[in-house]
Design a protein around this ligand. Structure first.
Ligand code: 5GP
Length: 111
């Protein structure tokens, strides 16, 4: 168990967010403070996949970054977005503020 964050509440639909994609394993929603015309956050949904940060990866959770990247890649392809930037902030020193692993997806193209 990790400390609950606002992203737990968004995942559980207890807090509002502009959700643009969801399947059984991953959810993507718009960043509340966008740094590009499209700025999304991809998060894992399954409790066993939810870790605070890349810094906490183990053999059991090593698939999670790939899951988020693959989902973002498929999302971009389906939406016709052909250029984007994917980023993980790792730890406070890396600019991380929310300790629920998430992939930033930024594009100059609008959704
Ligand atoms: P990081 O932890 O990687 O620095 O980034 C966290 C991101 O989450 C920030 O870009 C911030 O704007 C976004 N964020 C923080 N709180 C909320 C929220 O309640 N809703 C949404 N949609 N985004 C949030």
């Amino acid at each position: 168990m990790i400390e609950r964050t606002i992203f737990h509440d968004i995942r559980d639909k207890k807090a509002a967010a502009d959700i643009v994609y969801e399947d059984e394993e991953v959810m993507a929603f718009k960043d509340i403070n966008p740094a590009a015309p499209t700025h999304l956050l991809f998060i894992p949904k399954k409790e066993n996949d939810v870790i605070p940060s890349i810094a906490d990866l183990t053999d059991e959770t090593a698939h999670v970054p790939g899951l988020l990247i693959r989902t973002a890649q498929q999302f971009a392809k389906n939406r016709g977005i052909d250029g984007y930037r994917l980023t993980f902030h790792v730890g406070r020193g890396g600019g991380q503020m929310v300790f629920y692993i998430h992939l930033h997806f930024l594009s100059q193209q609008s959704l």
